[in-house]
Design a protein around this ligand. Structure first.
Ligand SMILES: [Ca+2]
Ligand SMILES: [Ca+2]
Ligand SMILES: [Ca+2]
Ligand SMILES: [Ca+2]
Length: 448
C-alpha cells in the first residue's frame, strides 16, 4: 500500500489498471507434433518449440498473417528436452544449444541464415534448464550447476558449481541474470524448499561461493521467469511447477521471501505453490499494454492463466483472456491443458499472441486483439549475442516500469502506455553504469 501511495503522489498521471486490455481474436492451427513438447523459446529466427520427436520453428507472419513452419527451411534437425539460444562460437551469429536427454549439442547459425551441422557435442546425463551466459552454457542439474565452455576441438570444457542442496528438495531450474547489479550475470537455482545464489564475477566462468536461502517455493519447480513485478528496483522470480506458482521477492536486507499470498488473485489461483496444479511453462507478458509486468502460466490440466498487474505485484485475473469463455477450436483443445506455451507477437500486428501445444500435441496460435494499437513499444535485444544476458531497468519519466532480462537471441518488448521518453539502464560487464534514452513514438528496435 505504501509504494502505491508514493506512486500516486509522485506521478503526474497515475493509473491503476482494472482489467486486461487484450482479448483473443482468431486462432490458427500449426499442425501436430510427433512427440510431446518440452518447452518453447521466442527467438529472432522464430518461436522454437522443443520436442523429442523433432523441434519446430514457427516464423511470425507480418501485417496480420499467421506464422509459418520454417523448420525445414532453417535446416534444424534437433530433438530437444532443453535448449537455449546464444552465440557460442563467437562469430556474431546466433547458434542453438540443444539437450536431447543424453547429449548436449551446439548447432551453429551459418551466414546463409540456415543452421549447420552440430559442431560440439558431449554427453550430459541430466539437465533441468539450459541458459546462455557470456557465450557459455549454464546447465541446471538436480544437485548443482554445470558450466560448459565449447572447446576448440569439439566437446565442452566443464566445471561444476556445487552446493549442499540435499535439504532443498526437488528442482534445479536456473535463472541467469544480474541479481546484485554489479554487471556480472549471476545464477539462481530454484528448489522446492529454497534457492541457491551463485554471484558472478568479472572473471569469466568464476563464481562466488554458493549462498543458500531456505524458503518454501513450490512442490517441484520447473519454470522460472524474472521481472520486477513490485517495481522496487530489485529483480523478482516468478516460479511455477508441480504445486502451482509462487512469487519470490527480496526484502530490504536482501533476503528472499515468498509473497504469493499477497499477490491478489494470482495468490488465490496458484494454490500458494502447494496445490494440485501443475504449471508446465511460464513466460513474461504484458496483457494490459502499459509496461507493467504481468504473469502468464500454462497448466498441464486446465486452461492457461493470465494475470494483469495492477502495479506493486497485485495481480488480477485477465478475464477477457479466459479460454473457457471462447468458442474457438483452439480454446476447446487448449482448455483442458497444455504441454507448453508462450506469449509473443506471431502475426506482426504488435499485439501479443499465444502459441501453445495442446495435450494431443497440436500446436496453436491464438491472436490477441486490442482496440488501441501497441505502437508505443521498444523491442530490446543484445547487440552481441555472445554476451549477456543483460538485466535492464526501464523508466518512463519518473515512473519505473519494470526490469527485463534480455537474453541473447530473444528480443524483448517493453510497451509504453503512451508516446514518450523511455530510459533504459543497466550495468556493463565491468560494473559501470550504462543507459540509453529514447523517445518512443512508434515500434523502436534497440540493440544494447
Ligand atoms: Ca555463432
Ligand atoms: Ca551480478
Ligand atoms: Ca522487485
Ligand atoms: Ca499479434
Amino acid at each position: 500500500m505504501i509504494p502505491a501511495i508514493r506512486y500516486t503522489v509522485s506521478d503526474a498521471r497515475p493509473d491503476f489498471p482494472v482489467a486486461s486490455t487484450l482479448t483473443w481474436g482468431n486462432d490458427f492451427s500449426l499442425g501436430k507434433l510427433d512427440d510431446p513438447a518440452r518447452g518453447c523459446l521466442a527467438t529472432t529466427v522464430g518461436v522454437v518449440v522443443l520436442s523429442e520427436g523433432g523441434d519446430r520453428v514457427y516464423r511470425p507472419g507480418t501485417g496480420g498473417s499467421p506464422p509459418t513452419d520454417v523448420t525445414a527451411e532453417l535446416g534444424l534437425a534437433t530433438k530437444s528436452k532443453a535448449a537455449t539460444a546464444g552465440d557460442f562460437n563467437g562469430d556474431g551469429r546466433l547458434d542453438l544449444a540443444s539437450w536431447d536427454g543424453n547429449r548436449l549439442q551446439l548447432i551453429p547459425g551459418n551466414a546463409d541464415g540456415v543452421f549447420g551441422k552440430p559442431v560440439d557435442e558431449d554427453g550430459l546425463a541430466e539437465c533441468c534448464s539450459l541458459d546462455a551466459l557470456n557465450g557459455r552454457l549454464v546447465a541446471g542439474t538436480t544437485d548443482g550447476v554445470t558450466l560448459l565452455v565449447p572447446g576448440a576441438n569439439g566437446g565442452f570444457q566443464r566445471s561444476r558449481l556445487s552446493a549442499n542442496t540435499a535439504s532443498l528438495g526437488p528442482g534445479g531450474t536456473c535463472a541467469v541474470a544480474d541479481f546484485n547489479e554489479d554487471g556480472a550475470p549471476d545464477i539462481v537455482q530454484v528448489f522446492a524448499y529454497g534457492l541457491v545464489f551463485y554471484a558472478g564475477s568479472h572473471e569469466p566462468g568464476v563464481f562466488a561461493e554458493s549462498v543458500i536461502t531456505e524458503v518454501d517455493i513450490v512442490k517441484h519447480p520447473t519454470a522460472v521467469v524474472c521481472g520486477d513485478y513490485d517495481t522496487d528496483g530489485q529483480l523478482d522470480l516468478m516460479v511455477g511447477g508441480i504445486g502451482g506458482s509462487t512469487l519470490l521477492i527480496r526484502g530490504e536486507d536482501g533476503g528472499w521471501m515468498n509473497v504469493i499470498d499477497e499477490t491478489g488473485e494470482l495468490g488465490a489461483a496458484s494454490g500458494l505453490g502447494q496445490g494440485d496444479d501443475v504449471v508446465v511453462a511460464a513466460c513474461a507478458s504484458d496483457v494490459n499494454g502499459d509496461g507493467r509486468q504481468c504473469a502468464a502460466l500454462f497448466h498441464a490440466a486446465s486452461g492457461p492463466s493470465l494475470f494483469f498487474n495492477r502495479g506493486f505485484a497485485c495481480f488480477g485475473i485477465a478475464r477477457s483472456l479466459d479460454l473457457s469463455e471462447s468458442r474457438l477450436p483452439a480454446a476447446e483443445s487448449l482448455g483442458t491443458g497444455q504441454m507448453t506455451g508462450l506469449l509473443s507477437d506471431l502475426n506482426g500486428d504488435l499485439a501479443p499472441d499465444m502459441l501453445a501445444v495442446d495435450r494431443q500435441q497440436g500446436v496453436w496460435a491464438v491472436f490477441g486483439e486490442e482496440e488501441r494499437s501497441r505502437r508505443f513499444q521498444a523491442v530490446v535485444s543484445l547487440a552481441d549475442p555472445a554476451s549477456g544476458p543483460l538485466t535492464v531497468t526501464a523508466v518512463m519519466g519518473k515512473r519505473r516500469l519494470g526490469m527485463w532480462v534480455i537474453r541473447p537471441g530473444e528480443p524483448t518488448t517493453v510497451n509504453l502506455p503512451r508516446a514518450g521518453p523511455l530510459n533504459l539502464r543497466w550495468k556493463r560487464s565491468d560494473g559501470t553504469s550504462a543507459s540509453r534514452a529514447l523517445v518512443v513514438t512508434r515500434p523502436t528496435p534497440v540493440a544494447l
